[in-house]
Every structure is written in structure tokens, then in C-alpha cells.
Design a protein around this ligand. Structure first.
Ligand code: SAM
Length: 311
């Protein structure tokens, strides 16, 4: 490896973007390019490549973001246009029901974990809350949401970027924390939903409040919510995923999917149907009889790559 620094070092070869083995000429070209590359002193080849990639991102990110903004603007304009001119399209859009059947079940999204998320994850969480709100409004059943510990970066984002949330109906945002809300008298009415328990939910029971952790952590903080629930003396339960579908990773779902599954359960009274309606069939596992099996945790609406993958 050559090791003197040279500001004019060539860029490392990019990975091929199309499938299929590279041709002989391509292999030759890459070998020659690699021989010409001069890795700066004190850096490994990997570190150098990482640095170059970062530098390239810094140079192009404004342009990239501007083009994404433009793309979204065009998408919105196309949608507006279709809404005006295409009756069929309008008819197939989900409608907000005029009345909703009461369930006497409530959901709390516990946002006390702001400090444990990166900014990107906070943004993802804010999108998930918005998506849950949309699910709530379109559901035939009434399952009100309360967002608690709403007092840090998430609130800041809502106050600046999503300020229309103040007019949202059926969702309550409060800075109060679970610890402030729970007493020895009322604690039996709460169930903290978590993947990290053997206890399973069989049905959603009227007069119970189900708590969903408002965190995107890509499983960095396993047992976080179960431990919190236990410290507050709350019951815990997981969704009965394994009984109904097969997912090929740990069964940790994103917050908005958990809320939507609760809504779909009321609509179908069938966990299997609820899971299949909500979890995206991105990784359908075929079982031995060739029947379609389902999925691993998927994409959060409007927040690509936000699935809670195993680390
Ligand atoms: C992305 S997960 C957070 C994972 C986090 N490490 C934890 O300790 O819960 C978001 C929330 O969705 C709920 N959740 C995810 N998978 C679940 C499952 N299989 N059963 C019940 N709740 C689940 C939990 O409330 C969880 O806090």
C-alpha cells in the first residue's frame, strides 16, 4: 500500500450498481485504478474511503436535498391535480368515517425516550405519530391517543414543522410523564405493550389503556420499555405475533404499526388478519406447503428504512 498523502488521489472505485459479475475489462480497469490510488498516511484504506464518501456527501447534500424537495413538490402537485380531475381516484381514497364506534380502549404513546434517539430517529418518530393520527381518524372504531412526555425535541419538531397538530382531533399531547399519571389506585388499568415478555395479549379490553413505547432505536435498547413498565408496577404484554404469522427476525415492531394493528383488530376481531393488513409483505416467507407466510417489520409510512431491524 502506498502511504504518502496526495490531495489529488483518485476516488475509490464505486460498487457496481447493476447485478451480474464484472467483465474482464472492468476487472482490469479496477485493478489499475486501485494501483494508482494513494492512501494518505495514517489512514487505512477503509478509513480513507469512508472519509471520501463523507466528503462527497457534504459536497452534494444541498443539491440532493433540493432535488428531493422538488420531487416531493411535483408529487404533491400531481396528487392535487388528480384529486380535482379523477373521480375514480377520489372514490378509492380512504374516507374519514362520520361516526366511530366507541371501544373504551385508549392508547398512550410514551415519548420519554427522546434523549436516546438520534435526530433522524426523532424525525421518524414524529412521522409515526402523524401516521398513527391518520390511522386513528380513518378507523371505524374510536381509539383515542395520548402522547405523553411530549416536551423535548419531538415537541420542538411539532411546534416548528408540524404546527397544524394543534388542530388535530382525538389526540392529546401532554408534557406529563407516565410516572406522574400513574398511581397505586389506577395502575391496574394500564398495560405496557412490549415485545420483551412472554405474556400475550388475547384481546383489547374496554377500560384498559395500552401503552406503546414512542421510540425508534433499531433495537439498541432491548428491554427498555419492559423495565420501565415493571419499575412503574404496570402489567406488560406482547402482541401474539408468533401464533399467527412467521416473521424472520425478532418480533419488534415500530410504534405506528402497533397502534394500527390495534385498530385493525377492532375492525376484524382477528389478530392474523390485523397483522397481515398492517405489516408490509416485503419479506414474505413461503412455508413448505407454498402458502404465503408473512413478513418482517416494515417500512413506516413516509419514513423509509425505519424498520426495527435486529442489530
Ligand atoms: C420500536 S419498539 C421499541 C423497542 C424498545 N427497545 C423497547 O424496549 O420496547 C416501539 C414500541 O412498539 C411496541 N412493540 C413493538 N413490538 C411489539 C410487540 N411484538 N408486541 C407488543 N408491543 C410491541 C412497544 O411498546 C415498543 O416500545
Amino acid at each position: 500500500m502506498q502511504t504518502h498523502s496526495d490531495p489529488h488521489s483518485p476516488e475509490p472505485t464505486k460498487a457496481p450498481s447493476i447485478a451480474g459479475p464484472p467483465s474482464h475489462t472492468e476487472i482490469e480497469r479496477r485493478r489499475e485504478q486501485r494501483q494508482r490510488e494513494v492512501v494518505p498516511e495514517g489512514l487505512s484504506r477503509r478509513q480513507w474511503k469512508k472519509q471520501l464518501k463523507q466528503q462527497q456527501w457534504e459536497e452534494t447534500k444541498d443539491e440532493y436535498r433540493a432535488s428531493m424537495r422538488e420531487k416531493k413538490k411535483l408529487q404533491r402537485a400531481r396528487k392535487r391535480e388528480r384529486m380535482q380531475s379523477d373521480q375514480e381516484y377520489r372514490d378509492q381514497l380512504p374516507k374519514i368515517p362520520k361516526t366511530q364506534t366507541p371501544t373504551h380502549v385508549k392508547v398512550i404513546i410514551d415519548c420519554e425516550f427522546d434523549d436516546l434517539m438520534t435526530l433522524k430517529e426523532v424525525i421518524s418518530m414524529s412521522n409515526q405519530i402523524r401516521s398513527s393520527y391518520s390511522t386513528m381518524r380513518h378507523c371505524q372504531y374510536n381509539i383515542p391517543i395520548q402522547v405523553v412526555s411530549f416536551n423535548k425535541r419531538l415537541k420542538e419538531r411539532y411546534d416548528t414543522v408540524l404546527s397544524d397538530h394543534k388542530a388535530w382531533k382525538g389526540i392529546d399531547f401532554t408534557s406529563e410523564s407516565l410516572a406522574e399519571m400513574i398511581t397505586s389506585e389506577n395502575k391496574d388499568q394500564f398495560v405496557y405493550l412490549t415485545a420483551d415478555t412472554e405474556e400475550e395479549v388475547h384481546e383489547l379490553v374496554p377500560s384498559q389503556t395500552y401503552i406503546i413505547g414512542g421510540i425508534v432505536d433499531k433495537n439498541r435498547h432491548k428491554n427498555l420499555c419492559v423495565e420501565k413498565a415493571r419499575s412503574l408496577g404496570l402489567k406488560v404484554a406482547r402482541l401474539p405475533i408468533g401464533k399467527y404469522i412467521k416473521i424472520n427476525s425478532r418480533e419488534v415492531l415500530v410504534t405506528s404499526h402497533v397502534y394500527e394493528i390495534c385498530c385493525r383488530w377492532f375492525e376484524t376481531r382477528d389478530w392474523g388478519a390485523a397483522f397481515n393488513k398492517v405489516l408490509p409483505p416485503r419479506k414474505i416467507v413461503k412455508n413448505t406447503e407454498g402458502e404465503d407466510r408473512d413478513v418482517e417489520q416494515g417500512k413506516v409510512p413516509e419514513e423509509e428504512g425505519n424498520s426495527e431491524k435486529d442489530p
